[in-house]
Design a protein around this ligand. Structure first.
Ligand code: C2E
Ligand code: MG
Ligand code: MG
Ligand code: MG
Length: 279
């Protein structure tokens, strides 16, 4: 039950709770309108090959056109309300459409990563939906990279693996996002149908410090020995980049190279060599 420390404690607490609920209801309303009015958009953050400096792909990140609300916040509301299923389908379709547009414009195909929430496992027809859109827009599944977090394996592991295997059958790649922040043990890396791990910013910040950097070397080696590629995200600092290169990390994503970009801006830097820009 609510603890009342002194005269105003309870009142403050209640006020805070009410405000949170109001905020949630507010965001829910904004999301419902955004679904109706197509007020979502995607921005694209480049992923850069550590060794060539070229863009190897992008991550699609969702934004609300008319509201500067943090995605972490509105995605959690979308998950709680179940709206994530519809929003997730919109994101998927939008990404495949972008791949097809870039192909028609003559750009060399580069994969785009989609964030996939554990709640979207409730979308039983997602695989069929994905397959249809790929076919309709004539896009190869190998240009889709689905990012999941370790929490997706918290329950119904068998069903989740079956789901991932169906994605793989379409040629889709699977990445473990936010690696190092979850609950799972390393052993799951040996039996999951995944292609890549994405080291979370917090892991990179900690294990690229001089006194811990051997752990980064081991982490990358471990992944490679399991035939997994490694992406480091949240890289802001050139020394972090240099050290990741020594560790053998395959790909880098972070403000050091680029923030998430509007489509037109992504097109401008599509063939850039990012190493020439920093070295
Ligand atoms: P995430 O998938 O781990 O995405 C990485 C986040 O780190 C993004 O935040 C990105 O803008 C940010 N970031 C990239 N480079 C740097 C850097 O160098 N420094 C710092 N400090 N941050 C960096 P964003 O766009 O705010 O998204 C937050 C989270 O919201 C995502 O984390 C993802 O979990 C979720 N999200 C975003 N779009 C979608 C979506 O379409 N569907 C789902 N289910 N989740 C999404
Ligand atoms: Mg992600
Ligand atoms: Mg994430
Ligand atoms: Mg992440």
């Amino acid at each position: 039950k609510v603890k009342n420390n002194g005269k105003n404690g309870y009142i403050f607490f209640e006020k805070e709770m009410t405000e949170k609920l109001k905020e949630k209801a507010e965001i829910e309303k904004i999301l419902r309108e955004a679904i109706k009015e197509e007020a979502f958009k995607l921005v694209y953050q480049p992923q850069i090959c550590t060794f060539t400096g070229k863009i190897v792909g992008f991550e699609a990140l969702l934004r609300l056109r008319n509201h500067p609300i943090s995605p972490t916040l509105f995605i959690s509301v979308a998950e709680e309300t179940g709206m994530i299923i519809e929003i997730g389908r919109w994101v998927t379709k939008q990404v495949i459409n972008q791949l097809s547009i870039w192909e028609k414009m003559g750009y060399t195909a580069k994969p785009i990563a989609i964030n996939f929430s554990a709640k979207q496992l409730n979308d039983l027809d997602y695989i069929a939906f994905l397959q249809n859109i790929l076919k309709e827009m004539n896009v190869d599944g190998k240009y889709i990279d689905i990012e999941i977090t370790e929490s997706i394996f918290l329950d119904k592991t068998g069903e989740t693996i079956e789901f991932l295997n169906k994605l793989k059958a379409l040629g889709v790649k699977i990445t473990i996002d936010d690696f190092g922040t979850g609950y799972s043990s390393l052993s799951y890396l040996t039996f999951l149908p995944i292609d890549k791990i994405k080291l979370d910013k917090s892991i990179n910040d900690k294990f690229l410090e001089l006194k811990n950097v051997k752990i980064m070397d081991s982490l990358v080696s471990l992944a490679h020995s399991l035939n997994l590629e490694v992406v480091a995200e949240g890289i802001e600092d050139i020394n972090q980049y240099r050290r990741l290169k020594i560790a053998g990390c395959n790909y880098i994503q972070g403000y050091l190279f680029s923030k998430p970009l509007e489509v037109e801006d992504a097109e401008k830097i599509y063939y850039n060599n990012f190493l020439e820009m920093i070295e």
